[in-house]
Ligand binder design. Structure first.
Ligand code: ADP
Ligand code: MG
Length: 633
C-alpha cells in the first residue's frame, strides 16, 4: 500500500515515488548540464535563448507550478511561493544564472531529503510487517500458537487475558471484557460472551474466550499496528508544530523586508537576494528529517517509537522504573520446588494448578503447566475461572474454591499460612524465587517455588544506565518484596518495592513525576499497562510482552533485549540534540545571510548557495542519526 508523504520541502508537496525521482533526476541532469555549459562559456545561448534562462525554466517550472497548484487547490501559501517569487523575480531582473542556480539546488536538496526519508520509511514498513501478532489456534482440542496471518476464516481460536484478538470473529464460548478503544475509540471495556462479535486488534482485558474467525487479513483491524507505525512519522514533535505555524508568516514577512530593502537601497537585486535567503527551508527540515531518521534507525534496531513527540520526551528521561518478572527476568520460569500440605499429593496439586493456569497469560502459568506435564498429570479444569491481575487466579470446581497466586491474594481471602510455611517462603524468596500458593478451600494445599533466570545482559545494562544516563533506577514488582530485593541486590538496583498491585505501580510512577522527574516505565505484563500509560515514556518488552502492555507503551522493544533501553534513550537524546543543532544552524545561516544580502555583500547566486548549503547541512546532519552506534556491548 502506498502512502502519500506529507512532509514538505520548501512548500512543494512531495512527489517522491519512483517516477517522481526519475523526473527529478532528469530535470537535475538537464539543467546541471545547461548551467555548466553557460558557466564555462561553452554555450552561452541555445537557439538565441540564454542557456541559463533555459535551465531556470526547466528546473524552475516544476517548483513554480507546484506552488501555484498549492495556492489554488489548498490556499497553501507556504514558502514554495517564496522560492517561486525569487525565481521569477531573478528572471525578471535578468539574473538568469541565479534563477537557474536557485531552482537547481532546490531540486537537488529536495531529492536528497526524500532519499533520506525513504530510507527510514522502508525500515519502518518492514518492521511493522514483523510485529509479533500471534493467534492461539485450537485444532482437535489442542492449542497451538500460530502467526495471526495464518488464521483462516472458520478457524477456532482461544483468546486469553491480555491477548490482542488476532482477527474479527464471533465468540463461541467463554466470557471476556474487551477493550475496543483501538477500533471504536470507546475506552470502557465491553463484555463479550457467546454470540457476540469481536474485532481483530481489540484486546481481551480480562477473561478468556473462544472465537471463530469471520474475517482475516486486510479486512480486519489486524493492520492496525502497521498503520500506526506508518503514522508515527507523521506525528510531529512540538517544535515542528511551532515551525509550521510560523511558516505562514515567512512569506509576507520576507516580501515586506525585501520591499523595504529595495526601497531603502534602490537596488532590486538586493531585494531578490533577500527573498532567496529568507526561505526557511533548513528550518522546516530541521525537525522532520531528524525525527524520521531517528525513528527509522531505532526501528531497524527493534525499537518501535510511536511518534516524533516521544523522542523529545524520551531524550529527557532521568528515572527508570523496571518491572521484575518478564522484564528483568527472561520470562521463562521453571518450577524449582513444590511442597504439599494437608495430605495433598504433588501430582494431584499440579493437575489442578495446571488446569487453573491453562487459561492464564502469565509467565508463571507456563512453569506450572510444564511441571504438570513433566509428571504426566492430567489437567483438572475448573468450572469458574477468575483472574486477579497482579495477584493470581481464583477458581471453583464442584463447590470448592481454589486460589493460585501470591500472598496478597491469600490475604484478600483471609487465608492464613503457618510459621513453617512462612519460613520456607522467606528462604526461597531470599534466593530470588517466586512463591505461588495453591489453596484448596481454606487451606494451603501446596507451595510452589518458581525460578525465572535474570536476563543475562541485565547487570551490564543497569550499570550503563545508572548513574551515567539516569539518576534513579527503581524496581517495582507484584511479586513478594523479599524476592524483588534479592534480584535488586544482585543487579545493584538501589530502590525496590514489592507486593504491588497495578495501581500501586501507577502511584510510584506519579510519586517520581511529582518530584519533578521524567519517568520511563519498562514492563511486560497486563499489570504493568496502567503504569506504562501513566509514565512519561512507557516501554514494553515487545516479544514476551502482552499486547495490552505494547498498546499502552510509547516505545515497544521488539528485540526482547534490555540493551534496547539505553539504546532507545540514546537515540532519543541524539535526535533531540540533532534537532537543536539543526535549528541553530538554520537560523544562524538565515539571519546572517539576510544581513549580508541587505548590505549588498551577497549576490543572488551566492545567496542560493549559502541558503541551500544550510538546508543540505541540516539533512545530512539528520542522516547521521541513521547510523547510530550500538549503545552497549
Ligand atoms: P511483576 O510485577 O514482577 O512482573 P506480576 O505482577 O506479573 O510480577 O505478578 C505478581 C505476582 O502475582 C506473581 O509473583 C505471582 O505470585 C502472582 N500471580 C499473578 N498471576 C499469577 C498466575 N496466573 N499464577 C500464579 N501466580 C500469579
Ligand atoms: Mg511482569
Amino acid at each position: 500500500m502506498e502512502r502519500a508523504e506529507s512532509i514538505e520541502y520548501c512548500g512543494h508537496e512531495s512527489h517522491h515515488h519512483h517516477e517522481g525521482h526519475i523526473r527529478d533526476y532528469a530535470v537535475i541532469a538537464v539543467s546541471a548540464v545547461l548551467v555548466g555549459l553557460y558557466w564555462f562559456e561553452i554555450l552561452p545561448s541555445i537557439f538565441g535563448m540564454d542557456t541559463a534562462l533555459l535551465a531556470a525554466i526547466i528546473c524552475g517550472y516544476p517548483i513554480v507550478s507546484e506552488a501555484v497548484k498549492a495556492i489554488l487547490q489548498r490556499g497553501d501559501t507556504k514558502v514554495g511561493l517564496l522560492v517561486s517569487i525569487a525565481i521569477i523575480a531573478s528572471i525578471a531582473i535578468g539574473e538568469y544564472f541565479a534563477a537557474a542556480e536557485v531552482a537547481l539546488i532546490m531540486t537537488i536538496g529536495e531529492l536528497l531529503e526524500h532519499m533520506t526519508l525513504e530510507k527510514s520509511n522502508s525500515a519502518l514498513r518492514k518492521l511493522a510487517e514483523l510485529a509479533p501478532l500471534k493467534a492461539r489456534l485450537i485444532r482437535d482440542g489442542v492449542e497451538e500458537e500460530i502467526a495471526a496471518e495464518l488464521v483462516a476464516v472458520g478457524d477456532r481460536l482461544l483468546v486469553k487475558p491480555g491477548d490482542k484478538i488476532p482477527v474479527d470473529g464471533v465468540v463461541t464460548s467463554g466470557f471476556a471484557a474487551v477493550d475496543q478503544s483501538t477500533i471504536t475509540g470507546e475506552s470502557l471495556p465491553l463484555e463479550r460472551r457467546e454470540g457476540d462479535s469481536v474485532f481483530g486488534g481489540t484486546i481481551a482485558v480480562t477473561g478468556s474466550i473462544e472465537i471463530i474467525a469471520t474475517k482475516v487479513g486486510q479486512d480486519t483491524a489486524l493492520g492496525h499496528i502497521i498503520k500506526m507505525v506508518k503514522e508515527a512519522q507523521d506525528s510531529k514533535a512540538p517544535i515542528a508544530r511551532m515551525i509550521d505555524r510560523w511558516a505562514n508568516w515567512f512569506v509576507p514577512l520576507s516580501l515586506a523586508i525585501a520591499t523595504l530593502v529595495y526601497l531603502v537601497t534602490g537596488d532590486i537585486v538586493r531585494g531578490v537576494t533577500i527573498l532567496i535567503v529568507f526561505c526557511p527551508c533548513a528550518m522546516l527540515l530541521s525537525t522532520p528529517t531528524a525525527v524520521a531518521a531517528a525513528i527509522g534507525a531505532a526501528a531497524r534496531r527493534g525499537i518501535l517509537i510511536k511518534g516524533g513527540e516521544i523522542l523529545e520526551t524520551a531524550g529527557r528521561v532521568d528515572t527508570i522504573i523496571l518491572d521484575k518478572t518478564g522484564t528483568l527476568t527472561v520470562g521463562k520460569p521453571r518450577l524449582k520446588d513444590i511442597r504439599c500440605y494437608g495430605g495433598w499429593q504433588r501430582e494431584q496439586a499440579l493437575a489442578l494448578a495446571a488446569g487453573i493456569e491453562k487459561r492464564s497469560e502469565h509467565h508463571l502459568a507456563k512453569a506450572v503447566m510444564q511441571a504438570a506435564d513433566a509428571v504426566g498429570a492430567q489437567y483438572v479444569e475448573p468450572e469458574i475461572w477468575k483472574p486477579v491481575v497482579g495477584q493470581g487466579v481464583a477458581a471453583e470446581l464442584q463447590g470448592t474454591r481454589y486460589l493460585l497466586g501470591n500472598k496478597t491474594l491469600l490475604e484478600s481471602y483471609h487465608i492464613a499460612i503457618s510459621e513453617e510455611q512462612e519460613q520456607y517462603c522467606a528462604g526461597e524468596q531470599a534466593l530470588g524465587g517466586t512463591v505461588v500458593f495453591f489453596v484448596a478451600g481454606e487451606e494451603v494445599a501446596a507451595i510452589l517455588v518458581i525460578e525465572d533466570p535474570v536476563r543475562e545482559e541485565a547487570a551490564r545494562v543497569l550499570n550503563k544506565l545508572y548513574p551515567a544516563q539516569v539518576s534513579n533506577v527503581v524496581l517495582l514488582t507484584g511479586d513478594a518484596a523479599a524476592a524483588g530485593k534479592a534480584i535488586g541486590a544482585r543487579l545493584n538496583i538501589p530502590v525496590v518495592h514489592g507486593d504491588l498491585l497495578p495501581t500501586d505501580k501507577v502511584e510510584y510512577v506519579k510519586k517520581y513525576q511529582q518530584a519533578g522527574h521524567k519517568v520511563a516505565m519498562i514492563g511486560d505484563g497486563v499489570n504493568d499497562a496502567p503504569a506504562l500509560a501513566k509514565a512519561d515514556i512507557g516501554m514494553a518488552m515487545g516479544y514476551t510482552g502482552t499486547d495490552i502492555a505494547i498498546e499502552a507503551a510509547d516505545i515497544a522493544l521488539l528485540a526482547d533485549d534490555l540493551r534496547k533501553i539505553p539504546e532507545a534513550i540514546a537515540v532519543s537524546r541524539r535526535a533531540y540534540r540533532t534537532i537543536n543543532q539543526n535549528i541553530i544552524v538554520a537560523n544562524v545561516i538565515n539571519v546572517a545571510a539576510i544581513g549580508f544580502a541587505a548590505w549588498g555583500l551577497l549576490g543572488p547566486v551566492a545567496a542560493a548557495i549559502v541558503h541551500n548549503a544550510g538546508a543540505i547541512l541540516v539533512v545530512l546532519n539528520s542522516a547521521r542519526l541513521l547510523r547510530v552506534a550500538t549503545a552497549v556491548k
